[in-house]
Design a protein around this ligand. Structure first.
Ligand SMILES: CC(=O)N[C@@H](C)C(=O)N[C@@H](C)C(=O)O
Length: 710
């Protein structure tokens, strides 16, 4: 039983040392696997950070407090525990003089004002897509997003009962419930955004507590990502077109959207960006003169290389600061691939912007000079083992980042942004003792597809994979290999801490994370090379990477397993179908198995058409040839060749890849007498990320692998 009666309780900062799990023998016993998983899953992840005001001490020293939020899986409580931790940073504006944790870690119990009970709007949005809480510059008002109040409805057979007040006053209530609308469908924004349909911008007056729902927003867009205009006279927001109908937004920044300004004094709404593209993540400079934001093409691949644009508030001129990079050149900046910029990303002088960007198989920090467009890497790797860096915030030039590697769990690093031109000189300071590295060796491998597998439209592209293997195993032992192709397909693995691969390695398995052609981080051409070639180019790339790693490393070619989710599940199903018997076990999470049948049931039908090589337009009803193409590119086509025992994990509430995709594949496997087991997770959507579902997925995967490798 948990101490529910305390609004805040103190958490132990649970440092998990790697020593308990550092002897990498093959772990056969499932209890050992469970305790390994429990151990490694305890590492908390840093999710956000806020820098407090500077305080000058009586001795003249200056410090600021840093407030951070972390999330930690708690398998016993079956929840992601969120807690905060504060640090103190003494500095002289350029250098950190002293720093360290202060106080205890406190579990966050959000204290809330029940805005919904005021009956001005529906549920408040807290997601990253639309949601925002923004203080006015005068700090007198708060802006937030909520679902529009829906009209009251009732059945045709509802007896007419006046409420007491109305009966006594003899007056009718202002709003009569609508008969017949009780079961009206409210379209929503799809996977991860269910029941979010019509967002409205709301303003709370701090002094009076009054709430108003802003008017003047064009009725053809859904507003989100809003903040106050420089003089507090209006609000800047992103509007996503919702006509003729809504398409899923999560992982799909390629939806038609524009930047708007609604003037609260006159109620006029103005479009600040072009209206035929996809724009998102606007951020106002500290001097309140400029807004930077990201832009990509409408439709096409769901994630693309973005442009970084800048809108000058006073001249109303928009300029391109960083353009699309078509080809990645070794050692050079490969472009911006992001769905969100950090909430605060401007330098104090309002000239430079700090971004984190996937660059091939790493996530790295860059400084962008908004005047010259120059992109400079922030020196990270010399001071630390190569890994991935995420920007959490920058405030008065103090950068707060999350750093991890495949063998080191996330930790917090801070540093002052050096003057322009001296970005290489940054000194990073760890606010926690550095995590010990687990006994995992890892490296990035570059793969050059053979001539016959070149894409004639996009020749010369390469791709990468991240290879992890347990240390301390005898030189001659042949280690089994687990192959992970990522989902998307336009996403990427970066060299960061990943729980499943880390536990697998600790169990004595090697792991290959493949960033096949089509992944983000390798230039726009690499992304564009994949649509219309799915089920072929991506499948061959994964197999090629596997063959290369089998030749280069001491691995057991008779014990190769494939594990993938979503489009990664699509690839896993293709691989077991196209290379019968090569993989000894397959584990798939919400796999795409048939693009044709997915088209009519997913929240992203455009994805099915685009990936199979056809353009999408809203009125599109695919013709027989297009349906044929979707089927031809699908793994279900190869099901009669499958020999590999398959474990399927399906989320009951998945809107993205509806679980019927898995059911369809399950039936086909059964019909062909292939061993198959299905796990069904109620209350879980596409990500299967609830603590109990995620841990059960891992344990079942381990059991499946153990069963079929012996
Ligand atoms: C765009 C998108 O959501 N595609 C899915 C088919 C997919 O593969 N999703 C990835 C991101 C996942 O890992 O869930």
């Amino acid at each position: 039983m948990w101490l529910k009666w305390r609004s805040v309780h103190l958490l132990q900062w649970r440092r998990v040392t790697s020593s308990s799990s550092s002897s990498f023998q093959q772990i056969k016993n499932l209890e050992d696997v469970a305790s390994l998983y429990q151990d490694l899953s305890r590492h908390p992840n840093l999710s956000s950070a806020y820098v407090g005001p500077d305080v000058t001490t009586q001795y003249g020293g200056k410090y600021c407090n840093l407030y951070t939020e972390w999330a930690q899986r708690d398998l016993d409580r079956n929840e992601q525990v969120k807690f905060c931790r504060q640090y103190i940073v003494f500095h002289d504006n350029n250098t950190i003089v002293y720093s360290g944790p202060c106080g205890n870690s406190c579990e966050i119990k959000v204290k809330s004002i029940n805005l919904t009970s005021l009956d001005k709007h529906g549920k408040v949005y807290e997601d990253d897509q639309f949601g925002c809480v923004s203080w006015s510059h005068s700090e007198s008002h708060i802006l937030y997003i909520a679902e529009k109040k829906r009209p009251k409805t009732e059945s045709f057979f509802q007896p007419e009962v006046k409420n007491l007040k109305e009966a006594l006053s003899g007056e009718d209530g202002a709003q009569k419930p609508i008969k017949g609308d009780q079961f009206l469908l409210y379209e929503d924004w799809g996977e991860g955004l269910v029941s979010k349909s019509v967002p409205v911008l709301c303003v709370m007056d701090i002094e009076s507590g009054n709430i108003s729902v802003l008017e003047g927003i064009p009725d053809y867009v859904s507003p989100g990502q809003a903040f106050w205009s420089p003089d507090d006279t209006g609000v800047v927001f992103v509007g996503w077109w919702h006509a003729p109908f809504r398409l899923g937004l999560k992982f799909c920044p390629n939806r038609r959207s524009a930047l708007f300004f609604v003037d609260l004094t006159g109620g006029k709404c103005e479009m600040l960006s072009e209206d035929q593209a996809s724009v998102f993540s606007p951020r106002l400079s500290p001097d309140k003169c400029r807004i930077i934001y990201l832009k990509c093409q409408q439709f096409g691949p769901h994630q693309q290389c973005c442009q970084l644009l800048m809108y000058d508030w006073y001249t109303k001129v928009t300029s391109i600061v960083v353009d699309i990079v078509n080809r990645s050149v070794a050692g050079q900046f490969t472009g911006i691939y992001a769905t969100l910029l950090a909430s605060y990303c401007w330098s104090a002088d309002s000239r430079r912007v700090v971004i984190d960007a996937v660059q091939r198989s790493q996530q790295s920090l860059f400084v962008v000079d908004t005047m010259s467009g120059t992109v400079t890497p922030l020196q990270c790797q010399g001071q630390h083992p190569p890994g991935s860096w995420k920007l959490l915030t920058i405030d008065r030039d103090l950068l707060v980042t999350n750093y991890s590697t495949p063998n080191r769990p996330p930790t917090i690093k801070v540093g002052f942004l050096p003057a322009a031109g001296q970005e290489e000189d940054i000194t990073w300071v760890s606010l926690e003792d550095d995590n010990d590295a687990y006994n995992i060796d890892w490296c990035c491998k570059i793969h050059q597809p053979p001539k016959e597998q070149e894409n004639p439209e996009y020749p010369g592209l390469d791709f990468e994979s991240i290879f992890l293997r347990p240390q301390n195993i005898s030189p001659n032992s042949k280690v089994p290999l687990v192959v992970f192709p990522h989902g998307g397909p336009h996403s990427a693995f970066v060299s960061e801490w990943l729980l499943f691969p880390a536990v697998m390695c600790s169990m004595g398995l090697a792991v290959l994370l493949v960033n096949y052609r089509g992944s983000v981080g390798f230039g726009q051409d690499n992304i564009l090379s994949l649509p219309k070639n799915v089920g072929d180019q991506d499948v061959k790339d994964v197999q090629f990477a596997v063959q290369q790693v089998l030749e280069e490393e001491s691995l057991d070619p008779e014990r190769v397993i494939v594990f993938g989710g979503s489009h990664g599940g699509f690839l896993a199903c293709h691989l077991v179908g196209q290379y019968p018997g090569f993989y000894k076990a397959g584990v798939v999470r919400n796999p795409v198995t048939n693009l044709l049948s997915m088209f009519g049931s997913t929240d992203i039908p455009d994805w099915c058409l685009v990936e199979s090589g056809n353009p999408y337009a809203y009125p599109a009803v695919p013709d027989a040839a297009e349906y044929g193409e979707m089927l031809r590119k699908s793994p279900i086509r190869y099901v009669s060749q499958v020999k590999t025992p398959m474990l399927l994990m399906l989320g009951e509430d998945d809107q993205r890849v509806p679980n019927k995709q898995g059911v369809e594949y399950y039936r086909a496997l059964r019909a062909h007498d292939v061993p198959v087991r299905v796990l069904w997770y109620p209350g879980n959507n596409h990500s299967l990320a609830k603590v109990d579902a995620e841990s059960d997925c891992f344990m079942n995967a381990a059991m499946w692998i153990k069963k079929h490798l012996i």
